[in-house]
Design a protein around this ligand. Structure first.
Ligand code: ADP
Ligand code: ZN
Ligand code: ZN
Length: 756
């Protein structure tokens, strides 16, 4: 496209400059400049050079063209945004309330120069007999370094140079000298940084295609039929772990590639295991690449570059892999689509599932979601017919689902058992120790959970307005405690007796991994115990070390937080204990039930993955809670119906939409005042728009009231129409601008997943 003017978004994230600025294109750049390019432009009064992105090239001047400034230059080696990326950024800006530049930065991979990595190998040019003779000659001449290298090479004819200069302590000069004598040569090889671990490359053997089962085939055929006919939809595959979803994904990708298209597959970082990668690599060889958080910025931009050049067809990775710049994207697959990690915690707080939907529309690609426990959002859409639903009901390898017991901890107390282990769990652990099988014990959080419940009747103190559990806040100074709702700020005094049964055993819930470890040592002195939580995994590789120790059967019992529940298969684990399901059930937010159901399902999936059959013990004070009942039966549909009824009644997503507004200030009074002003403004707008069904909740202090000396206030707005919330956000933003508050001091989060 040619034109004389460029409309440019500047690289400053501020509401006030969140619009295109027009510049003149100098003659010498006219043939080079294109939409999406990064350019340097003089900006502001001082004409300081800053970066910007070209959004549009046009012949129409918006002002007197003589007053327009000239673009200074094109940023060398800068990544330029494709038209699709700009559209996608626009979508993110509109739906999550960010500035265009921060949306652009989200979708654009950062260009990073990498250092060339060259692997050098020292190779012996003579046979081992001759090498040994030479070594002896060097010894006689007291040239010990040369002797040492030749002797080493007589045993092994090729050695990495790093080993020679390192372990053998031989200088580069000595190596050069031997090269001159034509005894050795040094081969250099440029390693193109591939993100795959080295041993995966070595293990590559093409094609491990399986014959799909009837139900697997049905899914593949239906989706591919649509694909060939040019129909692009969203599909949801609901199937338990081991039901063959990954095999279906691979078959789909195969077809997509055969049609000349490319695919992105998202998996949660924690599930990016060696086994998964191996399977993809075995099937697709080096047409696959992988992205993960351990890659350096350079490695990452290498992967993006290979994708942009079309050297690969498949990108596997967490959230950010979605922004792989594929020219011919045909399909996006999101495995474990219910995972909370698909939601970004940084501004803009986008959800990868939703952004994937927008991306697929822009690129005309199909979207495939998969999960054993679909998010309520996706299942709700499936029920409404917006998503095509497929089910995989059985495990491929046969293998019974584990037997699940629900143990009533109130009953244990009545019978005088005050231990954290129910009698059944105790017996089963003993049994496994005898049989030399392994046990995993799981506690939702480390330490202290916040909610208050009655150990005698199971009653939990709830907010009367929000129907979520109240959290206990204890003041160290006055030795008093109060119960607070994190949504609406409702407060009440702590109680000493249960309002339902009068028992005095109504307490905050305290149980941590460390305590459990100690108890295990006491009750099962012979057991070898490993513990995995945030404390024991502070070191970078301790996570993998603990898992491999457990896999090697160096321990009988693994105790841990949610970290241990996901994605790992241990053949010898036949018992899983969830010590207090209540801890996740009463996390104080509307998603607690959904998360608990997912967790219990996953935990149950950990037991009995091999030929040994498994048992699961769920301990709880509320065995009558619908989440526990349906989880024990592995009845997703039943859970969905009950949970949707609750969401609908309380207007929680996906029955409605919810916008969290977080107000930050380094001064307590200002934060609180601003939050109040915004709430009043919101209420005022709603009244004017006659949107009576909109609810404003709060403001209140956030559950973490202060982080790094910044005070945090929160309020929520609920409405059944997402666009009403977007419009309200736009209005609040104008208000913030008018008041000249710092724009970073207010954050918006749509359909929040995390607690504030
Ligand atoms: P999921 O992704 O649902 O957990 P997988 O695709 O990993 O399920 O399948 C579970 C196991 O069954 C894997 O070991 C896989 O190789 C195997 N498998 C899947 N489909 C088939 C098939 N059609 N024939 C034989 N084995 C299969
Ligand atoms: Zn009670
Ligand atoms: Zn409340």
């Amino acid at each position: 496209m040619t034109g004389r003017f460029a409309n440019i978004i500047v690289d400053i994230s501020h509401e006030k400059v969140d619009r295109p600025f027009q510049y003149r294109i100098p003659d010498d750049l006219k043939t080079q400049i294109a939409v999406g390019m990064a350019v340097m432009i003089p900006f502001g009064m001082g004409n300081k050079l800053i970066k910007g992105y070209v959004m549009e090239i046009t012949d129409k001047a918006e002002y007197d063209e003589n007053k327009l400034k000239y673009i200074d230059s094109i940023v060398k080696g800068g990544i330029s945004a494709k038209n699709d990326s700009i559209q996608l950024a626009g979508w993110i800006k509109n739906n999550y309330g960010s500035t265009m530049i921060s949306a652009l930065k989200t979708v654009l991979p950062v260009k990073q120069k990498r250092k060339q990595i060259v692997k050098k190998t020292v190779i012996c040019k003579v046979d081992s007999q001759t090498a040994l003779q030479k070594a002896e000659v060097f010894d006689q001449k007291h040239q010990t370094a040369k002797a040492r290298l030749m002797r080493a090479l007589s045993k092994q004819s090729a050695l990495p140079q790093l080993l020679v200069t390192g372990k053998l302590n031989i200088t580069v000069q000595t190596i050069h000298a031997l090269e001159k004598e034509e005894l050795i040569e040094v081969q250099a090889e440029d390693i193109y940084r591939n993100a795959l671990p080295e041993n995966i490359e070595k293990g590559w053997q093409k094609n491990q295609k399986k014959y799909l089962s009837v139900s697997q085939n049905h899914i593949v055929d239906s989706i591919i039929k649509d694909f060939r006919e040019g129909i692009r939809r969203t599909y949801l595959i609901h199937g338990v772990t081991g039901s063959g979803k990954t095999e279906v994904y691979m078959e789909l990708i195969d077809h997509v590639i055969a049609e000349g298209k490319q695919a992105i597959m998202l998996i949660p970082e924690i599930a990016l295991t060696y086994q998964t990668l191996m399977r993809f690599y075995q099937r697709f060889g080096d047409r696959v690449s992988v992205m993960n958080s351990r890659l350096s910025a350079g490695e990452r931009s290498d992967q993006y570059e290979r994708a942009a050049k079309g050297e690969i067809d498949i990108m596997i990775g967490p959230r950010s892999a979605l922004f792989t710049p594929f020219e011919r994207l045909g399909m996006v697959i999101i495995d474990e689509e219910h995972e909370g990690s698909y939601k970004s915690e940084n501004m803009p707080k986008y959800h990868a599932r939703e952004v994937a939907g927008a991306l697929c529309t822009i690129k005309n690609a199909a979207l495939v979601l998969g999960s054993a426990t679909p998010s309520l959002e996706s299942y709700y859409k499936a029920k409404k017919g917006e998503i095509t639903l497929f089910e995989l009901k059985e495990r491929i390898a046969g293998g019974e689902l584990a037997k699940v017991y629900v143990e009533d901890l109130r009953d244990e107390l009545r019978r005088g058992n005050r231990s954290i282990f129910s009698r059944r769990l105790h017996t089963l652990i003993e049994d496994r120790l005898k049989k030399h099988e392994q046990t995993m014990l799981f506690i939702n959080r480390r330490g202290y959970a916040g909610f208050v419940s009655c150990r005698a009747c199971g009653y939990v103190m709830m907010c009367p307005h929000c129907d979520v559990s109240l959290s206990e806040h204890t003041s160290k100074y006055q030795n008093t405690s109060r119960l607070v709702c994190h949504y609406c700020g409702y407060e009440t005094q702590s109680v000493t007796n249960c309002p339902v049964c009068g028992s005095k055993y109504i307490l905050g819930f305290r149980a941590g991994t460390q305590q459990i470890e100690e108890l295990l040592h006491k009750e099962f002195p012979s057991a070898r115990v490993l513990r995995m939580d945030a404390d024991t995994t502070k070191n970078k590789d301790s996570y993998e070390r603990i898992l491999s120790q457990f896999a090697n059967e160096e321990a009988d019992i693994l105790v841990g937080t949610q970290m241990i529940v996901k994605g790992h298969d241990f053949a010898k684990v036949t018992l899983v204990g969830i010590l207090a399901a209540d801890m996740s059930l009463h996390a104080g937010d509307y998603r607690a039930g959904e998360r608990t159901f997912q967790l219990l399902t996953q935990a149950a999936g950990r037991a009995g993955r091999s030929s040994l059959s498994g048992e699961v013990v769920i301990q709880t004070y509320q065995p009558e809670h619908y989440t526990i009942i349906h989880a024990a039966k592995q009845d997703y549909e039943g859970f969905y119906n009950a949970e949707m009824a609750y969401r609908d009644l309380m207007m929680y997503p996906p029955a409605a939409h919810m916008m969290a507004v977080l107000v930050l200030s380094d001064k307590e009074a200002i934060g609180s005042e601003h939050a109040k002003m915004l709430v009043n403004r919101a209420k005022d707008r709603i009244q004017k728009l006659n949107r009576t069904e909109t609810m404003v909740i709060g403001p209140t202090e956030a559950s973490i009231g202060k982080i790094n000396d910044v005070y945090r206030y929160i309020f929520y707005v609920k409405n059944r129409d997402y666009q009403v919330l977007v419009a309200l956000k736009d209005d609040l933003e104008h208000f913030i601008n008018k008041m000249q508050w710092n724009t970073d001091s207010v954050q918006f989060d749509f359909d929040p997943i995390n607690n504030y």
